[in-house]
Ligand binder design. Structure first.
Ligand code: ZN
Length: 359
């Protein structure tokens, strides 16, 4: 038995001040009573959250998942990401992309919930370094799918590309894959038959507005008006990917159940005093250096939403999207004991994975 005492326990609906007990790798109880059996971790009044789930993450610890997945995984786990979809980027040539998928398939760890393919079938007008993006071709998506060995859970593409409807047909036959619209200037018709949107507002059209005097609507507004879609958001510390104002607008439009905070991390850092953004060799903004627990803190800071709402956007919402919420995603009796103890600034003191302290 493992006891986390004196915590501010972040549940699905609010914060409970008390103790959380873990038995046989599961959450046994959340209570104000003291139990004196087993080991004790004193949370010292810090936040006690569910293990974070990051569905869009390219790397960490100086390594991409496609090159050195073990190092990348460790960098995120130590900050409390206990569910992750290693993400293969559209900037890779064909063979490198396939090799990346292969490496992630071989990464055998309970925290790896599958793979996210961000491309390569995206619109070259939207995104950093799109030199390697490709047309939608059956031969290539079949090859990527085969290399994925059933582990691909999210596949991002631009729905306005030629053959996108055929690709949607293909994805519909693979029930485990969530079709995700991204790096796109698509309209609401083209959004149909997708379930998720890749980093809303970033790499998204329209590029130019035709008339200065009216607020024309584009892809983002089509997303905001669709009650069935989930949207990824990058909440970096300075509000560069998405401004604080736009984060607030999104919370009001989409509510707390459909927003999914992601890191879109290319790597991670130990010291964030000079920010959390990543720039590629072309000098373009390209993802972040965050871990997703920090995105949660940024979301609270920028929007003023409550802790349990922001935490949900990086725990329960992605778990529901992936169909894993019966086991993970919130601190509920009976679920797997994935637990993080951290400060409101995102400093992580303890990570508990499957009921055991993660070293
Ligand atoms: Zn990405």
């Amino acid at each position: 038995m493992l006891n986390v005492i004196n915590g501010r326990i972040v549940t699905e609906t609010g914060i409970i001040e008390g103790n959380l007990y873990i038995k046989n790798e599961r959450i046994h109880s959340i209570t104000s009573d003291k139990i004196f059996e087993g080991d004790v971790i004193d949370a010292k009044n810090q936040l006690v959250t569910p293990g974070f789930i990051d569905i869009h993450c390219h790397g960490g610890g100086g390594q991409l998942f496609s090159h050195d997945p073990e190092t990348a995984l460790k960098a995120h786990k130590k900050r409390g990401t206990l569910g992750i979809l290693p993400t293969i980027g559209y900037n890779m040539p064909k063979e490198v992309f396939l090799e990346g998928v292969k490496k992630c398939v071989l990464l055998n760890d309970a925290a790896v919930l599958g793979i996210n393919c961000e491309g390569p079938f995206i619109n070259k007008e939207y995104g950093a370094d799109t030199r390697n993006v490709r047309k939608i071709e059956e031969e290539e998506y079949e090859a990527i799918y085969d290399e994925g060995k059933g582990r691909i859970r999210i596949w991002t593409f631009s729905p306005e590309l030629e053959n996108a409807e055929l690709f949607k047909d293909f994805l519909e036959t693979k029930k485990e894959i969530i079709p995700c619209a991204g790096h796109t200037g698509c309209n609401r018709e083209q959004l149909k038959r997708t379930k998720l949107v890749c980093h809303l507002y970033d790499g998204m059209g329209p590029k130019e507005r035709a008339c200065r005097d009216i607020h024309e609507t584009g892809t983002a507004e089509a997303v905001l008006s669709d009650e069935n879609l989930y949207a990824e958001l990058i909440a970096d510390c300075k509000g560069v990917h998405v401004s604080d104002l736009l984060l607030k607008v999104t919370c009001r439009a989409m509510g707390e159940d459909k927003i999914i905070l992601i890191s879109d991390a290319i790597s991670t850092k130990e010291d964030y005093s000079d920010g959390d953004l990543n720039y590629n060799e072309l000098g373009q903004l390209s993802g972040s250096l965050m871990t997703v627990n920090l995105a949660v803190c940024n979301m609270v800071k920028h929007t003023g939403i409550k802790w349990h709402q922001a935490v949900k956007m990086a725990t329960l919402n992605p778990a529901v999207l992936l169909g894993l919420d019966r086991e993970i995603g919130s601190l509920v009796v009976g679920k797997k004991a994935n637990v993080v103890i951290m400060s409101e600034e995102g400093n992580v003191y303890h990570v508990i994975e499957n009921g055991r302290i993660y070293q």
